[in-house]
Write a protein that binds this ligand. Structure first.
Ligand code: ADP
Length: 539
């Protein structure tokens, strides 16, 4: 007779986490920066009650299990209420990316079949641009500015008043849909990813682990990464899980506003893409004595590779960068770049060589690299290939089964990232498949080159792309943004890179531009750069 487990089949869903807020962390604060820069303060008890009122009001107005409720919002208390209240009544929170074009937002909202929109009052001008093409039956407006809400819309506060904080959760299965996000479309038409209650709960438990981002109730967390894309890297849910205070920056994402906020609220952990931290580094270096008490911050940096120079600069301020890698499809955190104990005795230089890697997979995230024929590559630190991933918070398909060829026959997600993995399990991304430079049969990593160039003291930003070359097929071109008043030539860059790379890797062209074009999530937009240099002629 085989023994059966005696454990309960307890479903991993969000409602128990919502209830913990009131029971265990009622006084923990949620601070939000409003459009006029004032700070809005509330606590988890109020967030719990208002989330339940939202769930109740949505139920009463006919929203059904599995319906999509869209948000078009910055990071603040009401978005957190939507993160909790919408899935709590069985619907699916669909975060719309407010940095996309009106046309793309309309496409995505229609594709997902969104029934209701919750929108910040300050984002109504964006809504106006696509409302004729939008599918919403109701539009609920959050009055962040304190001004009234037009009669054609529903006022969010009045809507909450129609609901009850004693809302009874419906029965939810852990595999039911909880949230939805579309990829930002840098590698094609946006595609929908649908998170389940289970994937969300497991992702935040893994994210909170000490050897991952080590988030606890002692932390004060500021996701700069937007709540409108990839769940703000899961941080709002993780803070709810552990009872950590949240400090949400609203629409104010410039370096000075963020540093002021970190200092005032004694933030201990923040997260964002490298371009945010580059701006903070500049501000910090320009005024070394300002913001002294924000110096213990841990910063989670991901979404794009992190240059070594950024690690070194922040270490000098006492602010620690932790790199993480992932994507919309992976909820998003898949690997985290902490140093293993065995590396702590290594020289600082060696440690930086590990810290610039994307890190080790979280528990339950399986990773492998394969060549063009699908052959798995060894973990030897140099054999590179396409990165494939699977796990409980990795999507197994796109919404409506689009792009089914992005999944292998044995059920792994084929990412658009090229990497190698070393014997210790550290993943190092060399490029996105589309960004690799193929020169005379040799692959050149645009990421490695641009990261090294960004270490040059007079360079603010650098992006490397492949441009057509009649002899070599492709050669690297570096577009750089230099610090005000400085001039940096190709010869300077070659001198700076000398000894770091073999000669054939050095960019044949170095072009100074005013700004590197950025995507809706603040990453370098290489598609745009490639367009800019599409008719490049070598002289
Ligand atoms: P999109 O794919 O549309 O840019 P995502 O936000 O899902 O939208 O981005 C995921 C991609 O971002 C990854 O596939 C990878 O190319 C890049 N990325 C994420 N984290 C890192 C990192 N730490 N280092 C380098 N690239 C990263």
């Amino acid at each position: 007779m085989s023994i059966k487990s005696t454990m309960m089949d307890y479903q991993l869903t969000l409602p128990p986490l919502i209830d913990r807020l009131g029971k265990f962390f009622p006084e923990v604060e949620v601070v939000s920066r409003l459009p006029d820069k004032r700070l809005h303060r509330t606590n988890y008890l109020a967030i719990q009650q208002r989330s339940k009122k939202l769930a109740s009001a949505l139920t009463q107005c006919g929203v059904e299990k599995g319906d999509a409720v869209a948000t078009l919002m910055w990071n603040h208390y009401a978005h957190l209420e939507a993160y909790l209240g919408i899935p709590a009544m069985g619907a699916v929170i669909h975060t719309l990316n407010l940095r996309l074009s009106a046309e793309d937002v309309a496409y995505i909202a229609n594709h997902a079949g969104d029934k209701i929109l919750i929108v910040d009052d300050i984002l109504l001008p964006l809504y106006e641009q696509f409302k004729d093409k939008a599918p919403f039956k109701k539009v609920i407006v959050v009055p962040l500015t304190g001004q009234g809400v037009d009669d054609e819309f529903i006022n969010y506060e009045s809507f909450l008043d129609t609901g009850s904080s004693h809302f009874q959760y419906p029965t939810i299965n852990e595999n039911d849909a909880a949230g939805m996000c579309y990829t930002s479309g840098t590698t094609g038409r946006p595609k929908g990813v649908v998170y389940s209650h289970r994937s969300t709960v497991l992702h935040c438990m893994a994210e909170a682990m000490t050897d991952s981002l080590a988030i606890s109730q002692h932390d004060v967390v500021t996701p700069v990464v937007p709540m409108f894309h990839a769940n703000a890297w899961g941080l709002p849910y993780t803070c709810v899980l552990v009872g950590a205070k949240q400090v949400l920056p609203g629409p104010h994402l410039d370096a000075e506003s963020l540093m002021d906020l970190y200092e005032k609220e004694q933030v201990t952990l923040s997260a964002g893409v490298p371009t945010i931290w580059m701006a903070i580094k500049e501000a910090r270096e320009a005024e070394p004595l300002r913001w002294k008490t924000a110096d213990n911050l841990r910063m989670v940096v991901g979404g794009a590779a992190v240059p070594e120079s950024l690690f070194r600069a922040f270490d000098a301020f006492g602010m620690k960068i932790i790199q993480a890698w992932g994507m919309t499809e992976t909820s998003p955190i898949a690997t985290v770049g902490n140093l293993k104990p065995s590396l702590l005795d290594e020289s600082l230089d060696t440690q930086y060589q590990y810290r610039i890697k994307q890190g080790v997979p979280l528990p339950f995230v399986d990773i492998r690299i394969t060549d063009e024929t699908g052959q798995e590559q060894p973990w030897d630190g140099h054999s590179q290939g396409g990165t494939e991933v699977r796990g409980p918070w990795v999507t197994g398909a796109y919404y409506n089964n689009e792009d089914a060829d992005k999944f292998t026959e044995d059920g792994w997600l084929k990412t658009a990232d090229v990497s190698h993995i070393d014997a210790q399990g550290y993943v190092k991304l060399t490029d996105r498949t589309k960004d690799l430079v193929k020169s005379g049969g040799e692959w050149i990593s645009s990421i490695d080159l641009e990261n090294a160039i960004m270490g040059h003291p007079d360079v603010l930003e650098a992006a490397v792309i492949a441009v057509y070359h009649p002899k070599w097929d492709e050669r690297p071109l570096a577009a750089i943004v230099v610090k005000p008043g400085k001039v940096v030539t190709k010869a300077d860059i070659h001198l700076w890179l000398d000894g770091k790379f073999s000669k054939i890797w050095l960019p044949d062209a170095v072009e100074t531009i005013d700004e590197i074009p950025k995507t809706s999530t603040g990453k370098f937009m290489k598609i745009k750069l490639r367009e800019m240099y599409s008719d490049w002629v070598w002289t």
